[in-house]
Design a protein around this ligand. Structure first.
Ligand SMILES: [Zn+2]
Length: 120
């Protein structure tokens, strides 16, 4: 293991071991007893089966800062609206998304849709 790799690994371990605080208001995340999750990250670059070469960009944001600051800022800056789903909608969305992904991996699932077409 190279010196640089050891240094990077130590830095990452330090980040994981410490409590996480909101980068905006400084409150401790995951310490309020709620199950709130705010995931603001992007993985930019290429990923291959044997190498994920993407660069991770992330910030730690609490639920309050997301709702009160980040969401309105993004919506007004870019004139877009976040999709908001309640539990029923979210579970339906997740289930249908999973079915679509499984259908992509397993062409047999689409047999009903391709009836009448012959592919050789
Ligand atoms: Zn905050």
């Amino acid at each position: 293991m190279g010196k640089v790799y050891k240094k990077v690994e130590a830095h990452i371990k330090e980040r994981i071991d410490y409590d996480t605080y909101c980068d905006i208001c400084g409150c401790e995340l995951y310490d309020d007893g709620t199950q709130t999750e705010v995931n603001m990250e992007a993985k930019i670059g290429d990923s291959y089966p044997d190498c994920d070469c993407r660069v991770l960009h992330m910030v730690d944001i609490c639920g309050g800062c997301f709702i009160e600051k980040i969401k309105p800022l993004i919506e007004t800056t870019f004139n877009i609206k976040f999709q908001v789903m309640d539990n029923d909608e979210r579970f339906s969305y997740d289930r249908l998304y999973r079915q679509q992904e499984e259908a992509k991996d397993n062409p047999c699932v689409n047999i009903g849709e391709s009836r009448g077409k012959s592919e050789i």
